[in-house]
Design a protein around this ligand. Sequence first.
Ligand SMILES: Cc1cc2nc3c(=O)[nH]c(=O)nc-3n(C[C@H](O)[C@H](O)[C@H](O)COP(=O)(O)OP(=O)(O)OC[C@H]3O[C@@H](n4cnc5c(N)ncnc54)[C@H](O)[C@@H]3O)c2cc1C
Length: 241
Amino acid sequence: MAVARTARVIGTERMGSDTLLLDLLATEPLRFIGGQYLILDSRIVLPSGKAVKRAYSLLTSDAEQLRFQLAVKRIPNGPGSAFVHGLEAGMDISFSGPWGKFVPREGASGSTLILATDTGITAALGFVHATRFAPLLPKTLLIWLRSSSDYFLPEEFVRERIPAECGEMRIEAIPAIGHPERIPHARGILRQVMSRAGLAQAFIAGDGVVNQAVLDDLVAAGVPASRDNVESFFNMPKKSA
Ligand SMILES: Cc1cc2nc3c(=O)[nH]c(=O)nc-3n(C[C@H](O)[C@H](O)[C@H](O)COP(=O)(O)OP(=O)(O)OC[C@H]3O[C@@H](n4cnc5c(N)ncnc54)[C@H](O)[C@@H]3O)c2cc1C
């Protein structure tokens, strides 16, 4: 069973119409690797009897294990994100983790693609700030695809958070979640990237259906990638797929 841990909210900042940036201080070191996530326990129980516990990726560097940040987009009628958006400085939260295999591999080398869609940019930010990823930064291309310039975190905020050593960073528009052109668009971007450089590894986070299509294309092109290279935040692929 997951051990419950606690952290104190030391600050909150609203970013745009539906995003909250949380500054937190854990009571003990998290012991996380960049790319991993925590599961926040809202302590809300739905009428169905299901507890509202939600995953949020750490977007700050794993060089700092006590103070950390999460960014949460409010989802209409979503109880978990509504709970987070009600948090204020001084409140304590309960969580489990860190969880997840979406972390840089030790001893890896060569060119890396990190492709984030939508809110998946949090996992990508945590990933590029992993201490063990630092040697790979100069040969890294980070792409963030989102449906509009006011989606989730502001572009300037994200750009400022990219380490200066990162080889290249691109922020581009993609058709909205669920749009029939979304997957072809993402695949087209991947084709362009693969045509110009040999990729040693690739990591994908965000919309599960985009992740699945991109993972299939990476594998077909011979880029070493498995489900451990993927973090889906929503539109989860079926377990049997
Ligand atoms: C590993 C992991 C890491 C995550 N990290 C973050 C993070 O850093 N920041 C963040 O805001 N969210 C993140 N999420 C999503 C988060 O866990 C919740 O799903 C989200 O906050 C909605 O919860 P809710 O209770 O408000 O809504 P629910 O009632 O649970 O959700 C309603 C529906 O919205 C879907 N949904 C969730 N996110 C989105 C989205 N961006 N766009 C469209 N539909 C969506 C859900 O899958 C569900 O189908 C992450 C999810 C996973 C699995």
